[in-house]
Design a protein around this ligand. Structure first.
Ligand SMILES: [Zn+2]
Ligand SMILES: [Zn+2]
Length: 437
């Protein structure tokens, strides 16, 4: 969908076909450079894990990450789109001759009370890095250190983005809208590729997984406010009962995915909240439904939202109620898409780094991830892959079943193996992205 890259490119053909080709770092030098960064990255992980901050409040987190990047000699721009930070690393070999890769890690924690009992558990009551964004930041420190150490062995520019407020879906958009972010991109040139990873509770540490095409969904929130006419529960004929209308709407919404979409088109319409009334014998004047709506393509997204409106408006009309309010949140996030040609290139690089057995594929998720906005907004290909984070021994004992998932109060990645694999794989993926155009 977003590809500007001819399909079928692979590492070997790129090198042969490109007269500009310079020696990329060898496997040996990448191994040495990435391994050297692991102790510092794991220490940073423990700090991030112990000091989580909620979305829109990542001030100390951003400052800690910025300081770590500054200690590598990078210039860090702070306060972009809220608490976002941006660091630019140019190769020593002549950045202007090479590609530009945008690499993003998110920084926010969740309103979860940690129950892991770890010695480095959250010191911030009721807040936890339960999604593993601490892993992402620690990995980023290692990656930027390794790329800095190897910066005489690649051409181009790496733009590191420390993004706030991923969990509330607003951070990527806020950064992209910030004039200072646009100015940085004007100075580096538009990125050729956007790249990120997310830790995974359904893969052992040491493994990664990636898929071509959509990997996260369009996420929309819809409020439906049904206006009826309140009255006595014993005299329903004198009222317009918004609860009965709401119940009709809830049931009819179930037909959108099952009867309006193609059977192979994946989507979800969930009513997460139905609020109305105060007491047994009072028919209330209004009722409210809160929906989450998930899809992959722009077209399906449009269809779902139009059908929801149609059903709500016409069912209210059928019951002689005023036109209901159907409010689609402006904070919806678009689906995230892995460019197929780039996915194949990056997979080749990951297999060369970890071995075939450790590079998996998975089913796309109907979860949300605002990383997709970087690729969509800048009209560039994007790649996101999953990073296994479960202690491999625990994984083996459990057969991968019954383990705490992301957002769980017991989510406890295996720091060293996860961060090490994250640093090795993202470094390899970025180096692949930096191969001459
Ligand atoms: Zn999350
Ligand atoms: Zn997350």
């Amino acid at each position: 969908m977003l590809s500007r890259i001819a399909p079928g490119l692979c590492l070997a053909t790129t090198l042969i076909a490109t007269p500009l080709a310079v020696a990329a770092p060898s496997a040996g030098s990448m191994d040495a450079a990435t391994s050297a960064t692991v102790p510092g990255a794991v220490e940073a992980y423990r700090w991030f894990h112990a000091n989580p901050e909620l979305s829109n409040h990542e001030a100390k987190t951003a400052a800690h990450l910025a300081a770590a990047l500054e200690s590598l000699g990078l210039t860090v721009h702070r306060g972009i789109g809220g608490h976002g930070i941006v660091a630019v690393l140019r190769s020593k070999t002549g950045a202007s001759k090479g590609p530009v890769v945008l690499y993003r890690a998110d920084m926010d924690g969740l309103p979860v009370k940690e129950e892991t009992g770890l010695p480095y558990a959250s010191k911030n009551p009721g807040v936890m890095h339960a999604c593993g964004h601490d892993i992402h930041m620690a990995t980023a420190i290692g990656v930027m250190a390794a790329l800095q150490a190897l910066s005489d062995q690649w051409h181009g520019t790496v733009i590191f983005v420390g993004q706030p407020s991923e969990e509330v879906g607003s951070g990527a958009r806020a950064m992209l809208r910030d004039k200072r972010f646009k100015k940085i991109l004007a100075s580096t040139g538009k990125p050729d590729l956007a790249i990120a990873l997310h830790d995974a509770a359904d893969l052992p540490a040491g493994d990664v997984s990636l898929i071509e095409g959509f990997h996260h969904a369009n996420v929309d929130s819809v409020d439906i406010i049904i206006h009826g006419k309140g009255g006595h529960g014993a005299r329903p004929h004198q009222t317009i009962d918004p609860i009965v209308i709401g119940a009709n709407i809830v049931m009819s919404l179930q037909t959108i995915v099952s009867r309006r979409l193609r059977p192979d088109d994946k989507a979800v319409v969930t009513v997460g909240k139905f609020a109305a009334g105060t007491k047994h014998n009072i028919i209330p004047p209004s009722a409210t439904l809160l929906l989450t709506v998930r899809s992959y393509s722009d077209e399906t997204r449009k269809t779902l939202l139009a059908e929801i409106r149609r059903i709500a408006v016409h069912l209210a009309k059928a019951h002689r109620a005023p036109r209901p309010e159907v409010i689609v949140s402006k904070h919806g996030i678009p689906a995230a898409y892995n460019d197929p040609a780039w996915t194949r290139r990056i997979r080749t690089a990951l297999v060369a780094t970890l071995g075939e057995a450790h590079v998996k594929t998975h089913n796309p998720s109907l979860g949300g991830e605002d990383f997709g906005l970087f690729a969509r907004d800048l009209k560039i290909p994007g790649i996101m892959f999953k990073l296994g984070a479960v202690d491999p021994k625990r994984w083996k004992r459990s057969g991968g079943k019954g383990l705490p998932g992301l957002h769980s109060d017991h989510w406890a990645p295996a720091p060293k193996a996860t961060v090490h694999t994250g640093i090795r794989t993202i470094t390899a993926a970025i180096v692949e992205g930096l191969r001459p155009r």
